[in-house]
Design a protein around this ligand. Structure first.
Ligand SMILES: Nc1nc2c(ncn2[C@@H]2O[C@H](COP(=O)(O)OP(=O)(O)OP(=O)(O)O)[C@@H](O)[C@H]2O)c(=O)[nH]1
Length: 246
């Protein structure tokens, strides 16, 4: 029984979304990895279509984490600041190269006093989005998030809250952290959709590559004993190092 609603038309990813700046990108291939494209075409993506990938969004107090998620998930922007208490999350369902793919976007609190609650949710993240104002704090957030994750097991994205004249500095920080850099505006919506599509596409790509590496990818119809609820599916997600992130 299919308990999920169909994927929204504006969440369909047919081509690999391009990076924001080539100087600070996770990779600059113009298309999906050829083995990923053919696996999708031949429906050899194993359980990827049934899994939920966890993305954590971290950063200092009031840099715009909640606004970034709300702009993408609800197409809304609130200029009044309300601090996040602990953590919150949104689910977004995509279809990438014809395969359903779900992201769980975890919004964490920047306030120091909630940090210990938020950090317990860092574990098992497939990508880390660090929202920051240029010149403050990104390195510390990275160090904390990586304490709970294998550094080579996650994909890193950096997004300064407001577009900055100091883009050069931001690019340098991203390069040092081996993260992909994006400048976005939750106020105007500029680059927000492209950014999350890129996050979804690269996370999907690494999930399929990991599945292929395990050699267990089967036709979708062959997948057996997959739970029908989101939490079952989430618990079944393996944490294996994908080759493309090494
Ligand atoms: N101009 C502008 N303001 C923004 C942008 N993003 C967020 N803001 C403003 O920055 C303030 C903080 O935004 P939040 O998204 O709540 O910040 P946060 O990082 O989630 O805050 P904590 O959860 O407490 O850590 C709000 O007043 C927003 O209106 C942006 O892209 N442009």
């Amino acid at each position: 029984m299919n308990v999920l609603a169909p994927v929204r038309r504006d969440r369909v990813v047919a081509d690999l979304p391009q990076c924001f700046r080539k100087e600070a990108a996770l990779h600059t291939r113009p298309e999906f990895h050829p083995s990923v494209s053919s696996a999708c075409q031949e429906q050899r993506t194993g359980t990827v279509g049934f899994k939920i990938s966890k993305i954590i969004v971290v950063g200092d107090l009031a840099v715009g984490k909640t606004c970034l998620i709300n702009r993408f998930c609800k197409d809304a922007f609130d200029k009044n600041y309300k601090a996040t208490i602990g953590v919150d999350f949104e689910m977004e369902r995509f279809e990438v190269l014809g395969v359903p793919f779900s992201l769980q976007l975890w919004d964490t609190a920047g306030q120091e006093r909630f940090k210990c609650i938020a950090s317990t949710y860092y574990r098992g993240a497939q990508a880390i989005v660090i929202v920051f104002d240029v010149g403050c704090g990104a390195q510390q957030w990275l160090a904390d998030a990586l304490k709970e994750n294998n550094p080579s097991n996650v994909i890193l994205f950096l997004t300064p809250a407001q577009y900055s004249r100091m883009e050069k500095d931001a690019l340098r920080v991203a390069q040092e952290m081996q993260a992909e850099f994006w400048a976005v505006s939750s106020l105007t919506g500029e680059n927000v959709r492209d950014f999350f599509f890129r996050v979804a596409a690269l996370t999907f790509e690494s999930s399929v590559l990991a599945e292929l590496e395990r050699g267990s990818a089967r036709r979708i119809g062959d997948a057996v004993r997959i739970g029908s609820t989101e939490s079952d599916l989430y618990l079944s997600a393996p944490r294996k190092k994908p080759k493309c992130c090494q």
